[in-house]
Write a protein that binds this ligand. Structure first.
Ligand SMILES: Cc1cc2nc3c(=O)[nH]c(=O)nc-3n(C[C@H](O)[C@H](O)[C@H](O)COP(=O)(O)O)c2cc1C
Length: 248
């Protein structure tokens, strides 16, 4: 059974050669040598290259692809998306990141423009997003301005959605109060009937994508002894990225 006093990120990182806590404590017996060699062995790990690459986006995409290929997640692309009112009151929820575009650069997700998050983004076009990929003990944080995808892009993505998801998107006014769940299902049934009698199921005008165009990206990799490795990239406007290593 897991030791409840230890968090997963207390454990040695999987790609580090440092021995675990018990081995270090036994070997140390009041000597600093084993601890110093355990600590310095951490430098051999280069999950986050040192020096850091000048552009974080290819590395972020590589981490995203690694999570996909690991086949460890039902939703490897789930990210927490934080938005805020113009007055600065925050809210957060999970959405699926459908694409990472290193060239733009941008992260793309789809939602309802009239949902709570949509209304916040329309009035305050800034967002923060966080991925957590436990299989590799990585976290990625992204912040930036948000803009809508083009209607053509939203149409193209909408067409790839399974039929029931398209019916759901057309029938639901996401985040609006409803009288009962029965009302929502009844609306979905009406939408399905219209669709099945030959009417085209078009993308609702209030449903589409957003691009987060990042001006801040932080990649975090768990390391032994809570000496986690962090690199923060910032840029202003469309300028070049500046990378800084941060203390754990
Ligand atoms: C794994 C997971 C994936 C989700 N993906 C999306 C998504 O891609 N787009 C979306 O609008 N909501 C998605 N949701 C639902 C949102 O978390 C949220 O309930 C919904 O968007 C309404 O949020 P809002 O009222 O803050 O606008 C997802 C939820 C989960 C748990």
């Amino acid at each position: 059974m897991r030791d409840p006093t230890k968090d997963t990120h207390d454990r040695p990182a999987p790609d580090e050669t440092a021995p675990d806590d018990a081995t270090i404590e036994e070997a140390a017996q009041g000597e600093t040598g084993p601890i110093i060699s355990a600590l310095t062995s951490m430098l051999a790990c280069n999950d986050l290259p040192d020096p850091a690459p000048s552009d974080p986006m290819p590395l972020l995409l590589a981490w995203y692809e690694d999570a996909r290929k690991s086949e460890r997640y039902e939703d490897f692309n789930a990210m927490t998306l934080a938005t805020a009112t113009p007055g600065g009151l925050p809210s957060a929820r999970i959405v699926l990141c459908k694409a990472i575009e290193p060239e733009t650069p941008a992260l793309v997700f789809y939602t309802s423009y009239t949902s709570r998050k949509g209304e916040e983004l329309e009035s305050n076009p800034h967002a923060a997003a966080v991925f957590h990929w436990p299989h590799a003990r990585r976290q990625a944080r992204i912040e930036g301005r948000v803009r809508r995808t083009t209607p053509e892009e939203s149409d193209a993505y909408f067409k790839t959605r399974p039929l029931l998801s398209r019916i759901g998107a057309a029938a639901s006014r996401q985040s609006a109060a409803i009288g009962s769940r029965q009302d929502l299902i009844a609306e979905a049934v009406r939408t399905a009937r219209r669709t099945l009698t030959g009417q085209e199921l078009k993308r609702p005008d209030n449903w589409g994508g957003y691009r987060i165009v990042p001006d801040r990206v932080e990649l975090w990799s768990a390391r032994t002894g809570r000496l986690h490795d962090r690199v923060l990239w910032t840029r202003s406007g469309e300028g070049n990225w500046t990378a800084r290593r941060l203390s754990a």
